[in-house]
Ligand binder design. Sequence first.
Ligand SMILES: Nc1ncnc2c1ncn2[C@@H]1O[C@H](COP(=O)(O)OP(=O)(O)OP(=O)(O)O)[C@@H](O)[C@H]1O
Ligand SMILES: [Mg+2]
Length: 579
Amino acid sequence: MIKKIASCIGEYKKNTILAPLLMIMEVLMDTMIPYIMASLINKGLSGNGDYNYVVKTGIIMLVMSVLGLAFGMTSGINAAIASTGLAKNLRTALFNKVQLFSFENIDRFSSSSLITRLTSDVTNVQNTFQMIIRMCVRAPLMMVFALIMSFKLNAKLALLFVVAVPVLAVVLYFIITNVHGFFKRMFKEIDNLNNDVQENLLNIRTVKAYVRESYEIDKFERISETIATIAKKAERILVLQMPVMMLVVNVINILLSLIGGKFAIYGDIQVGTLNTMFTYTMQILMSLMMVSFIMVMLVMSIASAERITEVLSEEPTLANKENPVTEVKNGEIRFEHVSFAYEKGEDKDVLRDIDLVINSGETVGIVGGTGSSKSTLVQLIPRLYDVTKGSLKVGGVDVRNYDMKALRDSVSMVLQKNEIFSGTIASNMRWGDKEATYDDIKKALDLSCASEFVDKYEDGYEYKIEQGGTNVSGGQKQRLCIARALLKKPKILILDDSTSAVDMKTDALIREGFKNFIPDTTKIIIAQRISSVMDADKIIVLDEGRVVGLGTHDELYKNNDIYREVYDSQVKGGDDDAA
Ligand SMILES: Nc1ncnc2c1ncn2[C@@H]1O[C@H](COP(=O)(O)OP(=O)(O)OP(=O)(O)O)[C@@H](O)[C@H]1O
Ligand SMILES: [Mg+2]
C-alpha cells in the first residue's frame, strides 16, 4: 500500500526529501538556543556580570533564531509542495485508472464511492503525508536532542525525564488505542453520508416527484446524528490529552523547582541551567504530545490510503491482446454457443447457449420481456463485457482479438440509459466524430429526426445542453443520442430501446431513413413495441436468456406463441396506430 502511494510522489521527490532535512536543521536551532541561553545567564548575568559576553551571545542567539525561522519556513513550503503534488498525482492516477475500467470493474465500485475516494480520501492522505514529512521528523528528533542537551547540562536533574516520559507515553498510548476504533466507525458513517447526499442530489427530481423530501431529511439526520455521537465519544477521550499532559508538565516543573532549587542553594547548579531545564521539559513533553497527535492522524488516514490503493490495484478486466486486429471488415455478427454471467458461480448465467448469425447490412429486431437479457446480449458486441463461454465474432474475427478502440468505433451503440453531456449540441455530436462538420452533423440530425426540433433553437447547433441534458425532453434526448451514434459511421448500429420516448410516427420515419441512407450498416433494434421491429429482416425473441424464436414477423406470428401473444396484446391495446 505504502509503495503504491509513494510511487505517486513522482516529480516531488526533491521536496519530499528537503522538507524533513530542513526540519532537522530547525530542530537543531530550537534545541541549541536554550542551551546557549543557559550559559548567557550563568556567565553573563550572574555574579559581577559580563556585558560584552551578553551582547555576543545575544547576537549568536538572534542569528540562530533567524536561521531556525528560515529553515522552518522552507521546510514548511517544501512539505506543502510535496503533499499537494502527491495529492494531484494521486487524483490523476485514480482518474486515469477509472477511465480504463470496464463495465465489470465499475460494477464492483459504486460511483459515489469512487467520488469519495477521489476527493476526501485523497485530501486525508495529503494532510497526513505533509504531517509525516515534517512532524514525524520534528517530534522524535526534538525529544532526543532535548534529552541529550539536558543530560549534558545536568545529568542528575535530567533523570526526572527518564521517569516522566514513559508515564506520559503510556497515558497517550491508552488514549490513542481507545480513540482508534471510534474514528474507524466515524469514517464508515461519513462514507454513508456521502453516498446518501450524492444519491439524493443526483436524483433530486425523483425525490421531489415522490414528495420524499421529509423522508430523505430524516434519513440524513439519522446518519448525521450517528456521526455526531461517535465523534462526541472520541472527543471525550481526546480532550483528556491536553490536561493530562499539562498535569505531567506541572508535576515535573514542581519537582524541578524543588530538587533544582535545593541544588541551586547548595551551588550544585546555576540559575541559567535550571531555567533551561524548564524549557527542555516543555520541548520534550510537547514532542510526545505531537507524536500522539500524529498517531491519531495516521490511524485516520490509513483507511483512506487503503481505499485509494484498492482502486489503484484494480486490474481492468478487459485489455487488448498483443498485436490486435485493427480493422473491422464488415458488420457480420456471429454468436457461437455464447453464455454469459455477471457474477461467478453456478447457475448465474443470464445468457444461455446463444447461437445466431446476423449478416452484414441486415436489420434485426430483438424483443422479449423485461429482464430477458436483451441489453446483455447486445452489450457483448462492442465488448463492454466479455462472453463467459463460447465465442462472439464480428466481421469474422473474435471480438477479443480486436483492438478495443477499433471495435468500438465500428460498433455504435445507443445505451438504454443514454446520457448527453453538458456542452453544446455540436460538442455532443462530436463525441461520435471529432472532425464532424456542421454538414455531417446536419445529416445525422436529419436521419434521427432531431433536426425537427434543433432547427427551432435560435443558436442552432450551439444550443447549450445543461448537465444531464435536463433542458431537452426524453424523446429529444433519445434522438440526439441516435444522431451521435450515427456520426461514427458505424458498421454496426445498436439501438437499445432508444426510441421508447419517441412517438410512433417519428420512430417509423427514423427506421425508414436507416433503410434508405445506411443500407450497408447492420442495424440491431431492441424494442418493447413490436411495431418498431415488425419490418426487420429478422426478429429475435428472447426469454430468460435464451433465443426462443427467430424469423420474420409473419413467420413468428404463425409459429411463436410468445411473439403472437405480445403482438396481439399490443394491437388490441390500440398501441399500434403507426404500424
Ligand atoms: N450490471 C449488472 N450486474 C449484475 N446483474 C445484471 C447487470 N445488468 C443486468 N443484470 C441482470 O441480468 C439480467 C438481464 O438484464 P438485461 O438488462 O439484459 O435485461 P433486458 O432484457 O435488457 O431488460 P429491459 O427490457 O428491462 O431493459 C437481469 O436479471 C438483471 O438483473
Ligand atoms: Mg435492457
